[in-house]
Write a protein that binds this ligand. Structure first.
Ligand SMILES: CC(C)(COP(=O)(O)OP(=O)(O)OC[C@H]1O[C@@H](n2cnc3c(N)ncnc32)[C@H](O)[C@@H]1OP(=O)(O)O)[C@@H](O)C(=O)NCCC(=O)NCCS
Length: 141
């Protein structure tokens, strides 16, 4: 397994980055990395996991370690996975983002994603009401 695909390192970054929702475990990352439809872009500083099936690429998660945020890595990773997915034949990309996650929404809008739907009260929150999920899409390339 290449070093950038170390499930424990990815889980550590996910835990550091996701403060509002449950981070994924090393076991969950290991299972996703073993799935032939799921692709990793980046490394433990900043990474995305994308599932590509039947011409559609779904961003499963993206995280930049807090030590490396606001340095352009998230934007770089987004451009990189979209390019690779398009080269493999994907024509559409979609993702879900919590309505209270304005940083990620700004990133996705800047990368060409637009709102196509809302799932009410989709993400549980520890101290407040569940947050809506915004479904966003764009065409590839
Ligand atoms: C969302 C995330 C991946 C962005 O990663 P990053 O490496 O910091 O992103 P970049 O430095 O490339 O920033 C790209 C753009 O995203 C937006 N952005 C990133 N962080 C932001 C913040 N804290 N507040 C507002 N906008 C933000 C800005 O538009 C930024 O462009 P700018 O720097 O030119 O203003 C990172 O904040 C993160 O890991 N968050 C926690 C996990 C998460 O929420 N993942 C998405 C779940 S759907």
């Amino acid at each position: 397994m290449p070093p950038q695909a170390d499930p424990a390192a990815l889980a550590a970054t996910h835990t550091a980055a996701f403060t509002q929702s449950r981070p994924w475990t090393a076991q969950e990352f290991a299972e996703l990395l073993a799935d032939r439809f799921t692709h990793l872009t980046g490394d433990a500083r900043a990474f995305a996991l994308v599932r590509e099936i039947a011409g559609e690429a779904e961003l499963l998660t993206i995280a930049t370690h807090p030590d490396h945020q606001r340095q352009g890595l998230g934007r770089q990773i987004m451009q990189s996975w979209m390019k690779t997915a398009a080269e493999r034949g994907a024509t559409e990309a979609f993702l879900e983002v919590a309505q209270d996650n304005t940083a990620a929404q700004a990133l996705y809008s800047a990368c060409g994603f637009g709102l196509v739907g809302i799932r009410k009260a989709y993400y549980p929150r520890p101290t407040t009401a569940a947050a809506d999920a915004l479904l966003m899409k764009r065409r590839l390339p």
